[in-house]
Design a protein around this ligand. Sequence first.
Ligand code: F0G
Length: 446
Amino acid sequence: MEGDAYLKCIDPQCGLEYPIKSTNVQCDKGHLLDVKYNNKPSEKLKDIFANRGKMGEDIIFNESGVWRFRELLNFCEIDTENVEECSRFLVSLDGAEGRQSKPYHMTKVSSFIEISSDNLWLQPEGYNPSGSFKDNGMASAVTHAKMVGAKKIVCASTGNTSASAGMFAANEGIQCDVYIPAGQIAPGKLSQAYQFGAQIVEVNGNFDDALKQSLDDAKNYDGYTVNSINPFRIEGQKTIPYRALEYLKWEAPDWIVYPGGALGNTSSCGKALMELYEWGWIKKIPRIAVINSEGASTLSDLYNGEFQGEELRWNQGKPNIDLITEYYNYLDKEGIRPKTKATAIQIGRPANILKGLRALDFTKGVVTTVSDSEMLDGMSVVGLNGFDCEMASGASVVGIKKLLEEEIIKKDDVVVGILTGRQKDAMLPVDYHNNPKNRFAIPPKI
Ligand code: F0G
């Protein structure tokens, strides 16, 4: 391929390549794609990144927590120091995406988890302009959409993706259609999509049904898909671990922990770590832990051999696809639908499962599940530290606690948990605190 950046199929046996301006989210044989770069970025960039975004500097791309790292996702192939060129290409909400997110210690969370406060970092991605980690990847996906001249972006969503897509589309003056599982997304997320002027398409079904319909419609009606199967979404989301690592002076932690839904985050963290390690920017590979909800546990079931006894693995690019198909057929036959109050991760068919497996393979990752009531405790104890997060993000907290109790995470390990979004389901904390039986409840006085 000419130029520095191109697209390549993730299946090593297939390996089809496409020019960077291709809008396919899959190769011709139906496999996921990666954005690839020929050039290796110099480690000297670490110093440049550290100096960008200093107070008083008036360059939004240096303030942005995504575009501050633009050399590591330069699929536009621009001169990254040329501000005018950046402005013509890069999509940014005035530098706000990723700007406020970095890891924090939270003492009440660490004492709940029973880990030393020094060893636990939590990174609230809810402090993005649309209130979730999605803005990291949406800035880059909409950049690509603009680069190829797309007039309309399209997504399916459990709520946060649609809020983020709607926000960037409104800011860029392009159309946005969002497919949502009717009645199954948090009111605060739905209202954002309306507020930003997105065209809502209500789908009678769950997220998996909405994704299928949105992909079909995007193909038939000239829409540009911005779900995380879009490889350019993954590029922007690499900056989540970049910011954590930069804050830790590029000393890799032992663990990075995410809630798992469609597995875009898992995939992007894996890709970021693979690249950084290959370039020699990190010497140690953190392990990724993915936390599923008990009610939507596809990855955990397959990875941990809870379906037909086989532990699904990347297997050097030859994962047992039949096992995944059989699992989905089994869910359909038994009428099992993903069910959790953490609607953000109520997903039965994680579209990025293969990239997720690759990430788990590279990082010797683990997958586990937590219950709804555990996630609510996790969400609530974050609140007691003065930070806001939603129920799905609570999975990171209680997932770490569970893995520590199981001695998979060790007492002196350094752990970074990602809090993926802020609270958009206003009644959840109200209901939680009104029930005195809940672990962290502070019921109202009457
Ligand atoms: N946490 C939050 C707050 C989310 O909104 C999502 C996904 C996840 C975790 C799971 O992340 O898909 O990368 O594994 N929300 C999507 C949406 C599906 O439509 O907003 P993942």
